[in-house]
Design a protein around this ligand. Structure first.
Ligand SMILES: Nc1ncnc2c1ncn2[C@@H]1O[C@H](COP(=O)(O)OP(=O)(O)OP(=O)(O)O)[C@@H](O)[C@H]1O
Length: 295
């Protein structure tokens, strides 16, 4: 399966006069896993709703495979949008709800849906409306995965799921993506849990695109350094420290920016360990900046 590219140009969305999305320009190539990050109210759900044709943009263009997506059945059949409330038909038992979901999904894999129901321990014969919050989310995950839609979107679809279920969900996304490549967009606040899945990251801030980058390039904006606390302090002294943790005599810091030659030499001389920066630390840094900040 080859997933179509998504191209958004000069797109704006207003709720009455409130500008929820402003001048959005974004190109997402097919067959990658994207992180859509942003603080509360930054516009993630609004962006995904426009992309999925749940609502029209106020202006600009949103194309999937070169075709405007709004009111375009062929384009929207390629998209499966699972929201935090699950998008599940709740008035019937789970078996009927799955049958209902499959009607609008041309790539639906019923055998895979059965495997996932088993994996998430979801009962077929219970009304979905009687499911717990986490079970409803797991049902959304089953529908999103078994749809095998070329563009699959999970918008905080993990809400209420316990940790084992969430990790089972992430594992399944990666496993099934490897077997059936497609575009997957995950909007999440649990960045540390899922960061290893992402190839590219998009950050929204107050309705605007703050950043769109390959995750590896994004991570290169900083470095994590661990070792004896006084030596770690010494090399961090002139750098922006994004986070720090101390365990007895050992300290780990996340530093923002490139290391100069002298600092690199000290790190090597002191035998400090270096590693990649967590996405979450960078995300917090980028989205908590105040006007006038330079870095
Ligand atoms: N139906 C609506 N009517 C009016 N304003 C809305 C509506 N939906 C969202 N908004 C506003 O648009 C902005 C973006 O909301 P949106 O739900 O897209 O953010 P989000 O990034 O998904 O947030 P969260 O992480 O909290 O879920 C917010 O200021 C919100 O109050």
């Amino acid at each position: 399966m080859s997933a179509p590219d998504i191209t958004i140009e000069q797109m704006n969305l207003k709720y009455d006069s409130f500008p929820a999305l402003q001048d959005i320009n974004l190109k997402l190539e097919g067959n990658k896993i994207y992180a859509l990050l942003g603080r509360n109210g930054s516009g993630k759900t609004s962006l995904l709703s426009v992309l999925s044709s749940f609502r029209p943009a106020s202006s600009g263009s949103v194309k999937v495979g070169g075709e405007e997506v709004f009111d375009n059945e062929e384009a929207t059949l390629q998209i499966c949008f699972i929201r935090d409330e699950g998008n599940v038909y709740e008035e019937e038992n789970a078996k009927k709800a799955l049958a209902f979901a499959s009607k609008f999904r041309p790539n639906w894999d019923a055998a895979y849906a059965d495997q996932l129901m088993e994996k998430f321990k979801l009962p077929y014969n219970k009304k979905v409306s009687s499911f717990s919050r986490g079970m409803k989310s797991a049902m959304g995950a089953v529908i999103g995965l078994a749809s095998r839609a070329p563009i699959t979107i999970f918008d905080e679809a993990y809400l209420g799921m316990d940790a084992p279920s969430r990790y089972a969900f992430y594992e399944e996304i990666l496993r099934d993506y490897m077997e059936h490549p497609r575009t997957i967009i995950l909007s999440t606040h649990l960045i540390e849990e899922v960061e290893s899945l992402f190839e590219e990251v998009v950050i929204l801030d107050q309705g605007k695109i703050l950043l769109h980058e390959k995750v590896d390039e994004f991570r290169d904006k900083g470095v994590a350094v661990t070792g004896s606390a006084d030596r770690v302090d010494e090399i961090s002294i002139n750098m922006k420290v994004l986070s720090e943790k101390r365990l007895g005599p050992t300290k780990s810091v996340t530093l923002f920016g490139e290391l100069d030659r002298e600092t690199k030499q000290k790190i090597s001389h002191y035998q400090l360990e270096t590693g990649p920066v967590g996405l979450q630390d960078l995300f917090i840094h980028f989205t908590s900046k105040k006007e006038g900040d330079e870095s």
